[in-house]
Design a protein around this ligand. Structure first.
Ligand code: SF4
Length: 116
């Protein structure tokens, strides 16, 4: 039996996932928590947030995130891809910074506008 805290919403339900009983989930208050509990043991994924360098004296970094969840084991390879990124303003929210992150099909996208 594995215990987890559901991170899907702020309620933070304490989940129990029984690996020996077809990953049966208990302790959830909604279906999303049941799905999260199973997936967290079978195929954990995360949206990854970080920052990248910007050629600017005002804003030296710009926030980015993946546009969809990626497998947890791809997080560190994904972060390394950002080390070589250098953006030049103007930058628009939604601009793609890295395509097909670590072969996941997700993109890193900018999450704010930077004009200078
Ligand atoms: S199980 Fe449902 S109610 Fe509980 S934290 Fe997860 S999403 Fe929220």
């Amino acid at each position: 039996m594995k215990t987890l805290i559901c991170i899907v919403c702020p309620r933070g339900c304490h989940l129990n996932v029984d690996e020996e009983n077809d990953y049966k989930v208990t302790g959830h208050h909604c279906e999303k928590g049941e799905i999260y509990g199973r997936n967290e043991l079978l195929h954990p994924v995360r949206v990854v947030t970080s920052t990248v360098k910007v050629k600017s004296n005002i804003h030296p970094r710009c926030p980015v995130k993946t546009d969809q969840s990626i497998p947890k084991e791809n997080i560190f390879p994904a972060m390394r891809l950002l080390d070589s990124v250098l953006l030049t303003p103007p930058i628009k929210r939604g601009d793609v910074v890295v395509d097909d992150v670590a072969g996941s099909g997700a993109c890193f996208v900018v999450t704010r506008d930077l004009d200078t």
